[in-house]
Design a protein around this ligand. Sequence first.
Ligand code: 5GP
Length: 114
Amino acid sequence: MENCIFTKIIRKEIPAKIVHEDDQVLAFHDIKPQAPIHILVIPKKELVSLEDLTSEDQMLVGHIYMTIQKIARSMGFAEAGYRVVVNCRDDGGQEVPHLHFHLLAGRGLKWPPG
Ligand code: 5GP
């Protein structure tokens, strides 16, 4: 995962528009937004996909969701609503091999997705 783009963002080797950072997670704007608000929330721990989570990561996953709620409230779109998406592996459409949660908001989102 050394060369993974998100690892480089965590290490501040490449820039990103960061909206939240703490010791466990980083959240930043997606470079190619699919909605007016499109934020990626990622664990700093090197996990390739949702399939790499173990029972040890339960607190981390809870922290990620609470962080998403905090971002939604502080950025003012919690009331209107939002969507959280995790693409897992090839059939899930995952392109970047570092676990990430897409946080989409700012317009009515269609269902079902792709
Ligand atoms: P995936 O398809 O893996 O679920 O989503 C990867 C996401 O990362 C895509 O929405 C893509 O636009 C975003 N992305 C890829 N490279 C970069 C980058 O260098 N910076 C930022 N901020 N987002 C990126």
